[in-house]
Design a binder for this molecule. Sequence first.
Ligand code: NDP
Length: 628
Amino acid sequence: MTAAVSEHISFNPEKLREKYREERDKRIRADGNDQYIEVTGDFSHYIDDPHVEPGFERDALQTRVEVLIIGGGFGGMLAAARLRDTGINDLLIVEKGGGFGGTWYWNRYPGASCDIESLVYFPLLEETGFVPKQRYTNATETLEYCQVIAEQYNLHNIALMQTQILSTDWSEEEGLWVARTNRGDVIKATFVIHSNGPLNRPKLPGIPGIDTYIGHTFHTSRWDYDYTGGGPFGGLDKLADKRVAVIGTGATAVQCVPHLAAGAKALYVFQRTPSSIDVRNNTDIDAEWVKSQSPGWHHKRRTNFESLLAGIPVKEDLVRDGWTEAFRDIFGELRQYRPSGWRLLLWSLGWAFSSARKERGIKQYLTDKAMIKMGLQEKMEMADFTKMEKVRARADSVVDNAQTAESLKPYYRQFCKRPCFHDEYLQAFNNPNVTLVDTDGQGVEAFTEKGVVANGKEYEVDCIVFATGFEVGTDYSRRAGYTISGVDGLTISEKWADGMATFHGLHSRGFPNAFFFGPQQSGFTATYTFALDENAMQTAYILGELKKRGAKRVDAAEKAENAWINTIKRVARQTEEFQKSCTPGYYNNEGHVEFESRNTFYGGGPIEFFNLMAKWREAGNLKGLEIS
Ligand code: NDP
C-alpha cells in the first residue's frame, strides 16, 4: 500500500524499510574500522602540510604556562577566547599546522565550504561583529574569520605553529603536565586542553595494491594544487589532459567533484554509498538584518537549529533550510499533540523500529487524527521517508541518464550519514567526461600500477584523489598523534582500551587537570563549533572556579565517572536500534553498534546535554569533581 504524504510524493513504507535493510546489509563488513590503514610509515607523506614552506626551523623552548591548549582549530581558539573572558591569560596554543583554522586549515580542496548556515556555524559572531557574506560560507572566508578571532583575542602571540605535540605526561610531584614536541620543546603546564579535532587524521582504504599504483595520489585534506592547478574556487587547469579517479562520495567528494569534472579530461567517481544531495540554494546575507538583531540572537539561532534537529519543539524554525525541513514538517502536529517530556525525548532520539508499527495499516498515516494517535517515532520515520523521497526524486529530475540517477539515490534515513546540500554535484554527472562507477556497496577492489579496479574492471588513470575521510573510533592517541600518560604512568590508550571512561566527556579520572574536547560522551551537534563552544565554556567555568577557590588540581571522582558511563550507556541504548538500522559509516562505527564500549555521544541529544551542563554550573558546587 502506498502513503500519499503529499500531492507529489507517495511511497510504500514497508517496501522502503526492506530496501533500506538490503542496502545496509550489503555494506556491513566484518572488518569495520580495520578496513582502513593508518597514514603512517610509507604513507606518511599523505599528511605533509602543503600550506607551508619546507625547512622551517626554530630553537627549542623550555617554558611554563598555566594552560596548554593542543590544537589551533575552532576548539582551541574558543578555549582561549572563553578563558580570556574569564581572566585566565597565561595560555599557550600548540598547533601542528602553519596557522589557525584546524579542519579549515587543512581542507582547502576546490569547493570546500560549510553546509551549516554561517550565521549558525561561525562562533563568536556577536563578540566579533563579523557578518559572513553568504548563508553557506566557503573555506576561504572561514579561514579569514579564524584570523579575525585570532586577532580579536590576541591569539597569535600565544601560539606555537608548525609544532607537533609528541607526549604529555602528568607529574604528580610537580602537580603539572610535561609536554614534549617534535621541535624539542618542553612545556610545563598546570592544565592541558586536548582539542585535537575529531576528524583530524586522514584515512586510506586498506585495499590490495594501494602501494603499487605509480601515478599521482593525494588525500582531499592535503589538496595538491601544484598538480591540479587552480585553487579553492576551482579552475583546475592543469588537469585538462589528465584522467582522474575520486575514491569516495561523502561530503568532501560532493564538493570537489564538480570542480574536477570541469577541469579533468576524464573523471571517474568511485561510489560505495551515495550521499543524500539536497538543494543548497545559497544566498547573500543581509548585513543590515544581522546588525538589527537583538543581543543573544546568535546563541538563540544555533540553539533553535540544533533543537529542531534534536526534535525539541520550538515556536519557529529560524533557519528554515534543508536540514530542518523534515523536523519542521511535523511541528504543526506537535503543537496539537502536546507530548510529554519523555515522549519528546524518545522522539528526539529516535527512531527505533517497533514491530507494533509494522503491523499497523498504512491508512493510519493518512489522516490527521491517525497522525496524532501515531507514536512520535513513527511520525519521524514518515517525515524522513518523505524527505528522502524528495531527495531521490531530485536525482531523477537532475541527472539525464536514468541508470546513473538511480545509482545516485541514497536508501537510508537522512541522518544515518552526513546529509549533503549541493547545486552542482548531481549535475556534474551529465558531463560527457564524467563516469560514475557504482560499486553497489562493495567499494574499490584493488589498485594496479596503472589505476583502480572496481566491479572486476580496471580503470587506468593519471591521478587518484582519496576522498575517503578521517579516522573515527580508532585509538585516541593514534588519532591525536601523541601519547597521554596520567597518574602512575597509566596511558589514555590503556585506560580507554575497553571503551571511553569520562565524566561529562571532558574529564577522565587519573588524568587530572586534563580536559578532552569532542563529541564522545558529550554533546554531538551538526554545528560542530557549537559543541566546541560548550566545551570551552564549561572548561573556562571550571578553571575560573578553581582559581576562586585557590585550587590547583582537579580530577573526576570515581563514583561520578562511573555514574556518567552508566548514563551514557543507558541513554545510548535508546538510539541503538536507529544506529543499527543505518548503512555503515563513521556515524555508527561502520555498522558495528556496540554501545557497551561507551564510545558514543550523549544519546539524549546535544541540547539536553548542554542544559545538563548549564544546570551543573548553576549548582556551583563542582559536583563529581575532586579539587585540591
Ligand atoms: P566520509 O567519511 O564522509 O566519506 C568517505 C567516503 O569514502 C565515503 O563515501 C565512503 O564510502 C568512501 N569509501 C571508503 N572506502 C572506500 C572504498 N574502499 N571504495 C570506495 N569508496 C570508499 O569523509 P568526508 O571527507 O567526505 O567527510 C567527513 C566529514 O567532514 C563529513 O561527514 C562532515 O562532517 C565533514 N564535512 C562537512 C562538509 C560540509 O559542511 N559540507 C564538507 C566536507 C566534510 P561509504 O559511505 O560506503 O563508507
